[in-house]
Design a protein around this ligand. Sequence first.
Ligand code: GAP
Length: 447
Amino acid sequence: MIPQTQRYQPSLEDVSALAKRRGFVFQSSEIYGGAGGVWDYGPLGTELKRNVKQAWWHEIVETRDDVVPFDAAILMNPQTWVASGHAATFHDKMVDCRVCKHRFRADHLPSLEKCPDCGSKGSLTEPRDFNLMLKTFLGPAEDTASQAWLRPETAQGIFVNFKNVAQAARRKPPFGIAQIGKAFRNEITPGNFTFRTREFEQAELEFFIPPDGTDDQWYRRWVEVRMAWYRRYLVEDRVRFRELAKEELAHYAKGLTDVEYHFPWGWGELESIANRGTYDLTAHIKESGKDLSFFDEANKAKYVPIVVEASAGVDRTALALLIDAYDKQRYVDQTGKEAERVVLRFHRQIAPVKVAVFALARNKPELVERARSIEHDLRRVMRTQYDEGNIGQLYRRQDEVGTPWCVTIDYQTLDDGSVTLRDRDSMEQTRLAADQVKAMLLERLAG
Ligand code: GAP
């Protein structure tokens, strides 16, 4: 667990400015003025998100023998959303200001008496239901018969395939199905950078349990697993796990824990872990008329499994990691002068680039060649970046994107084959033989 620290608390502007400057996140289709609530990931953001997904996948799928992977399509038969309840009830209440024409989510307003933007009294409309699913059409005809939805969650693709997967993978409950994929919600008020968007990625696990009284144990076990995962990557006092009271739960749910991060604007949800009972499978059995129950050969008994779900937002987690890693530090540089640096203190597994390799002088071909060859060799086993020039600037640039290690090739390298290895957090520099670098970094990455 990362201990509570005096780490700098950045504003959302600090983080979004750095994210744009260094190529983590850009506004989608920026040259046309953007698309509301949609973001693109630049080279470093793509690596960051890939590392978040890999860390999740590793924990949930690769290291377990009771979870299988899945990849459902975004488009599904529209009846799916009738069965799941999304067609009828996936609503937010929306109000409009008749004066300034701004639109709000009713539950985000302190009162309906006046518009929070223009201040006009009595200008807000009555709250109206607004379905959050994004509509599209399958095929050339744009009529109700061809109407479809972009999935608002990946989970339903798993539920409707439960029987296919159980049979094909020869699994019996308890076992889980995991997938990572895009989801879409036509949010009334997207905002807080990549926190609430209209297109995002979810990492979802649906874990199927026999009705033998172990579902609560499984629910608690999954809460523990997910807690440990978040605690590995986030500062201790900035993440919390909030178990909802029985009265706060949906009628079918038997338990729900929200994982929340302390964002610059307050606590916000990263994941929810829920004991959903048999609600989802039963709804699809009823709507489709197909038998999705499980036949247990050993007991010659048929049952509808109970589901524990762990549903995480990849973009929100990436944003939390970016905010969490952001630090500003005053230090004394090698010339004895006071200096300040912005450093992203990413966990090594999360850092987009693991090691940067520098040639200290651009105009010395042997140095450049040596540095390039060391970087090529490292690139085969980890994400690297090559750069050259002024060492102070090179370090600052890598600190700002959270690269844990830098290797510098200088004149001494040509004499004795040694290089300088610099650690991002301690800023300590050690001299070691160039041919020891790869093994040492691999050990540190795994450790
Ligand atoms: N299958 C359950 C489900 O979808 P949810 O709480 O609605 O549950 C799960 O969503 C996670 O998906 C959230 O905790 C959040 O991290 C992410 N998420 C939901 N809506 C989002 C949005 N508009 N923008 C970014 N992430 C979102």
